[in-house]
Design a protein around this ligand. Structure first.
Ligand code: THU
Length: 157
């Protein structure tokens, strides 16, 4: 896990974070008023974005990260190198980075099991003045996954 400045990100990482920021503005968030954007970079260089979609039955809410995963899956894409996440409150900018919730970590972990490699996770504050780069293995150590069930998901690549 390391802190990094926006300027020090690679062009690819910067573009991905900017795509997440753009997606953030599409959040359907009548309850929390919190906007989250996520952007996944596929192994073949395509970007898939998502934002949080809330629901009056609160538990039906889907986070930005999972929206992006579902959107990519709808195109048959399940192998990713990186994901970027950024968020903003209605009346405040986040000072710290927004990191994926536990459920999203679990879903991102599944992707790493499909691809067979760790997934880079780029997390940012609203103004991109605080950025942390980590990996899903680091964010979900000893994650429970398909292997624990004796299932090989590589054929879903
Ligand atoms: N949320 C995300 O979309 N991703 C995260 O990583 C954290 C939380 C959303 C869910 C809900 O719409 C709002 O933020 C407040 O929890």
């Amino acid at each position: 896990m390391k802190n990094i400045t926006y300027e020090k990100l690679s062009v690819i990482q910067r573009k991905l974070l900017d795509a997440a920021e753009k997606a953030m503005k599409t959040a359907y968030n009548p309850y929390s008023h919190f906007m989250v954007g996520a952007a996944l970079l596929s192994q073949d260089g395509k970007t898939f974005t998502g934002s949080n979609v809330e629901n009056a039955g609160y538990s039906a809410t889907i986070c930005a990260e999972r929206s992006a995963i579902v959107s990519a899956n709808a195109k048959g894409i399940r192998v990713f190198d990186k994901v970027a996440i950024i968020a903003k409150g209605e009346t405040f900018d986040t000072k710290d980075v927004t990191s994926p919730c536990g459920v999203c970590r679990q879903m991102l972990f599944e992707l790493s099991q499909i691809s067979g490699k760790d997934l880079e996770v780029i997390m940012s504050s609203t103004k991109k003045d605080k950025i942390i780069i980590s990996t899903i293995k680091e964010l979900l150590p000893l994650g429970f996954g398909p292997k624990d069930l004796g299932i090989d998901v590589k054929k879903f690549r």
